[in-house]
Design a binder for this molecule. Sequence first.
Ligand code: PDD
Length: 304
Amino acid sequence: MWPKGDCSSASATKSCCGSSNPVTIVYLNGHYLPLEEAAISPLDRGFLFADGVYEVIPVYNGHLFRLAQHLQRLETSLAGIRLPSPHDSEEWRLLLTELVRRNPTPDQAVYLQVTRGVAQRDHGFPARTQPTVFAMPLPAKSLPDGVCRKGVAAITLEDSRWRHCHLKTIALLPNILLRQEALERGADEAILIRNGMVTEGAASNVFLVQDGRILTPAKGPWLLPGITRDLIVELGRRHGLQVHEDTITPAQLAGAEEIWLSSSTREILPVTRLDGRPVGGGIPGPLWRRMCQLYQAYKAEYAP
Ligand code: PDD
């Protein structure tokens, strides 16, 4: 999950098992408790209907990375499924900061999920139900050896998801099936195509380099506005790189000099094989390297 090793300046790899705190503490509806003691009713609408939303927030050196942006997207997702937020931003910040304090691994991520709560099974919204709020730490994992030297493989697949991909909902079955198909075909990610447009990866955003310019699909209902994506756009522009948000066709993708995938858990990954053919020279490209440096420098500044 974590691009430690040859992608980042740090050489040490991270794993859950080296933690000095073997008990994972989670947050559930107002309580911090060991993961083993956390229990949710089978009538929870998250379980029965996937009626909920989530966030995955990286933690670097104990700091919740780009928390304001993640909370803003959480608000958008909650509003998009018409679920009033159970907390304001300050309450979310305190809740998550306390969770990190109780799980003191410097580099990890926090998974946060909000569902419409427990009610008798009925498709319509329940009248008076408290949302279920659950948060847990996710351990940092290393990428397989050499990923940042050799890159990863991707295949293109038809985007079979719904029309509200800008909401980060827990209804991830299409994403799971698409990712699994990629894995079974020897690739690491599926890059999705809808109506002749590249949208995003099964669990990542997509960038490409064409004629020395960085391109990424423009935001809209067909893709998640990734926090990592936005930071890449921001950093690129701040440092004088040409970054464009526009429609991208499969032909542009196939002819790209470089392709990257971005996400909070894997940062920026170079794709060096697409549909079995090399991307550019078949090795990670110079603009990917430059963007990784900018990203790592920003992280170091953010979480000193
Ligand atoms: N997913 N698009 C999709 C469909 C995703 O699931 C993700 C991340 C992204 C990248 O967004 P961000 O940069 O904010 O992580 C784009 C997370 C990591 C997950 O589901 O685990």
